[in-house]
Design a protein around this ligand. Structure first.
Ligand code: KG4
Ligand code: ZN
Length: 339
């Protein structure tokens, strides 16, 4: 079964073809980051318009790379939520219309299920995690710990009560004057602090909600701690890097502590990390250490599948279509949607 996947939930237009026999055939991504940068965040209306401009050319490019014609497709999957409603509607409308014209089924996919299953896109069976596992979803919109008992059977173990981890990275970066999206830049700054002798550890922030049992997170207080530290500092480049290091350490350590607890609670040895923050190098190193200490393992999707992409939607959609599920002809999206 060859399934076209379309992702348009936020500021990335992603398209891919997943073949249930041959695996991922092709994928393409267009990022709108430059478009939104001057506004300091994603402007929903501009995002929708840009998806409209880019989606069909990207579908054509992906099919050409896969060596396929539209007539070869057996189904179309699209992100139906959660996300920006206008942006979602662009992908859903194009997907539904294409499926209608090709007389193949269409399926709306939950964006976070896509992230959750992204590590399973790995071709090498040795490197591919098999459920049951615990997934840490850390993106700009979500921070969740999910027990994946089987594909399609998910149990929420814990989630953030306020800011998502990526959102905390982005907001913290912004308050120290870094351009949008600040997460990766803050991480790069933190690395710079490591190269200055005596600097790492100059700022220590709390590890929120780790002093009591439970698997929920709260990151908004951390942002306030950084704001106070930044305001009361000399605001030099070096201090900015040191604060970035302190902030990153706090987030990484908090995530590592909760992931360890989640593995214990679920009785699992395997942790799977998904979502944009999964690209963070220090988080990767720390979680690997944590898993090793427990005799378990941690699995990350390839960096390009950590952030939003069409491949994860094509894959999650293919599994659902294969199981006989599909949508009716009305186009529905859900800006807010529990998995
Ligand atoms: O999954 P994603 O691409 O989009 C959604 O939010 O759905 O995640 C984007 C988030 C942003 O908040 C971005 O700042 C963060 O992931 N991010 C990082 C890093 N790379 C991306 N945060 C920390 N360190 C990074 N290296
Ligand atoms: Zn995402």
């Amino acid at each position: 079964m060859k399934v076209l996947g379309i992702e348009t939930s936020c500021d990335e237009t992603g398209v891919a073809v997943y073949d249930t026999d041959a695996g991922l055939r092709a994928h393409a991504l267009y990022s709108q980051i430059a478009l939104h940068a001057e506004y300091g965040g994603v402007v929903p209306e501009l995002a929708s318009r840009d998806h409209v401009r880019k989606l069909l050319p990207l579908i054509r490019q992906t099919l050409a790379e896969a060596g396929l014609a539209t007539g070869d497709l057996d189904g179309v999957a699209y992100t139906a939520g959660p996300g920006l409603v206008g942006a979602l509607l662009v992908g859903a409308g194009v997907a539904r219309a294409l499926a209608w014209a090709l007389e193949v089924p269409a399926i709306g996919v939950h964006h976070m299920e896509g992230h959750l299953l992204a590590p399973l896109l790995e071709n090498d069976p040795q490197g591919r995690p098999e459920p049951p596992f615990v997934a840490l979803l850390v993106s700009g919109g979500h921070t969740q710990l999910v027990h994946v008992e089987a594909i399609g059977r998910y149990r929420l173990l814990g989630e953030t009560l306020d800011d998502a981890a990526g959102e905390a990275f982005d907001k913290t970066a912004k308050l120290m004057g870094l351009p949008y999206p600040g997460g990766p830049q803050l991480a790069a700054l933190a690395e710079r602090s490591d190269k200055l002798p005596g600097h790492p550890g100059a700022f220590r922030f709390s590890r929120p909600m780790t002093d009591r049992p439970g698997l929920d997170f709260s990151f908004s207080g951390l942002k306030t701690q950084v704001l106070l530290a930044w305001r009361n500092s000399d605001q030099s480049d070096e201090t900015r890097a040191d604060i970035a290091r302190g902030f990153e350490d706090a987030v990484v350590e908090t995530l590592a502590i909760k992931c360890g607890r989640a593995l214990d609670a679920a009785g699992c040895g395997t942790l799977v990390v998904a979502g944009g923050v999964g690209a963070n190098k220090r988080l990767r190193v720390r979680l690997e250490e944590m898993a090793r200490e427990r005799g378990g393992r941690v699995s990350f999707p390839r960096p390009e599948f950590c952030t939003d992409n069409g491949a994860m939607i094509a894959f999650a959609g293919a599994l659902r279509l294969q199981a006989g599920q599909h949508d009716d002809a009305s186009v529905r999206v859900a800006p807010r949607w529990d998995m």
